[in-house]
Design a protein around this ligand. Structure first.
Ligand code: FES
Ligand SMILES: [Fe+2]
Length: 449
């Protein structure tokens, strides 16, 4: 990939083509509890821009430019009052929609305040998240319609945030790179660690480290399947998703689960992983009932600070080598790094703030990564050159009944047929099946390509 292409793919600040593309979509930005009614405002950096988020005493959320329109003091020091935020330098007050509503330092007869506004983002609080719309449409599109309304009875949505110190694309690519699971996370495991004959999350992975892949373009992004032998007449399938512009679904659970992961750029060098989904169910234990070393460590968050980059950081970072233990690497886990999320974090941060993709040598296992990059770059240039907004921005139903997961199927069962059958069940038969376009012949594991 040439340097210009890498810039096109990764850079998201104002005026960049990819930044313009991302600004077409609603973006998950905060956890509602971060904003206390009448409490301290929060510095919010998104796509390389600095905002201030606050919850008015009446409970409504505002997200505005952090700088006052008068002489650009930061409203972070402002007073969160009824009706808006007041700059403490000269007392100008701004409503949640950005309108200046009080200007006590100016003569009242000029009504100068009516002509002064700061930028304000549209806000929505839903699915356990505060969403913002950074685009310039008068009426923003609808929120993406994932299956979050359709959790089984008694199950509730859980939401988590975690910051990563690298560009959003390389962070996201880790999620559509299913090949690494058998190495980075399970490289020290052997198939014998796990019970035979169960649809176990782990057993089939160390057994076959080079599965076959198929990737198919969809209305919302790309779907992939990695499949490998699971006994004489069966294949173990791992089906995952990329949904525009920064959503992934990883096959970390049985096929029906509902969990979407957003890789939101804070700026070009930092991203926030936001996971919105149902409860976990996959078993990760060995046949002796123990967790594999390195797979189940709790995530140790640092306390949030008020810094632009101070939210949802973890203890492990590039400056402490992600607390790698060489002893554990020799004798316990493959990496010596504690916890699957931290292993992912360490390896994508190790590539540098923005990986230089000119140095890569991609293989057959990277097809999903290649097609995901291509999808994003095509969408960004189509918007830049022709003003074409991707259809899923307005057709948010495209995200409905999109799920991921693993499953074991008989050898002669086609995974996409099976997925479409599940999709019909999730949707009571209303969802369009995913069509297999540009399909070559399906390869069988063990067959030479
Ligand atoms: S800088 Fe904010 S009121 Fe003067
Ligand atoms: Fe991973």
């Amino acid at each position: 990939m040439r340097a210009e292409e890498n810039d096109l793919l990764t850079r998201v600040g104002p005026g960049t083509p990819m930044g313009a593309l991302l600004r077409q979509y609603w973006i998950p930005a905060l956890i509602p509890v971060e904003l206390v009614a009448g409490g301290a405002p929060v510095r919010l950096r998104l796509l390389g821009e600095n905002f201030l988020a606050f919850r008015s005493p009446d409970g409504e959320v505002g997200v505005v430019d952090h700088q006052c329109a008068h002489r650009c003091a930061s409203l972070f020091y402002g007073r969160n009052e009824d009706g808006g935020i007041r700059c403490v330098y000269h007392g100008w007050k701004f409503a949640r929609n950005g309108q200046c509503i009080e200007m006590p330092s100016e003569p009242t007869e000029t009504d100068y305040k009516a002509r002064v506004k700061i930028r304000a983002l549209r806000v929505s609080e839903k699915y356990g998240v505060v969403w913002v719309y950074m685009g310039d449409r008068a009426t923003p599109p609808l929120l993406p319609h994932f299956d979050w309304d359709e959790l089984e009875d008694g199950h509730t949505l859980s939401v988590s945030f975690m910051m990563r110190e690298c560009n959003w694309v390389q962070a996201m690519e880790g999620d559509v790179d299913t090949c690494h699971v058998g190495f980075l996370h399970l490289g020290a495991a052997s198939p014998d660690d796990f019970e035979e004959g169960t649809i176990n999350y782990y057993r089939q992975l160390p057994e076959n480290l080079a599965p076959k892949y198929e990737v198919i373009e969809t209305a919302y992004g790309n779907i992939y399947c990695a499949y490998r032998h699971a006994g004489p007449d069966q294949f173990y399938h791992r089906i995952g998703q990329f949904a525009m512009p920064f959503w992934t679904m990883a096959p970390s659970e049985p096929i029906d689960h509902i969990r979407a992961r957003a890789w939101v750029p804070i700026d070009d060098h930092h991203s926030m992983l936001i996971v919105i989904g149902g409860p976990r169910s996959a078993t990760t234990l060995t046949k002796e009932g123990r967790a594999l070393p390195g797979t189940s460590a709790p995530i140790r968050f640092l306390p949030n600070t008020t810094d632009w980059l101070g939210r949802f950081r973890v203890e492990e970072n590039p400056r402490n080598d992600h607390l790698i233990s060489r002893d554990v690497q020799r004798e316990g886990s493959y990496t010596g790094i504690q916890g699957i999320p931290i292993q992912d974090q360490a390896i994508t941060e190790s590539m540098g703030p923005i990986v230089d993709r000119a140095k890569e040598h991609l293989g057959t296992s990277d097809r999903m990564i290649v097609l995901t990059r291509r999808r994003l770059m095509h969408a960004a240039t189509a918007l830049r050159d022709h003003g074409s907004v991707p259809p899923e921005v307005d057709d948010v139903e495209a995200y409905h009944h999109v799920r991921a997961g693993f499953t074991v199927l008989p050898r002669d069962c086609d995974w996409l047929d099976y997925y479409n059958q599940r999709r019909a069940i999730w949707s009571d038969g209303t969802a369009e099946p995913i069509a297999r376009k540009h399909r070559g012949s399906r390869q069988m594991p063990g067959q030479v390509a």
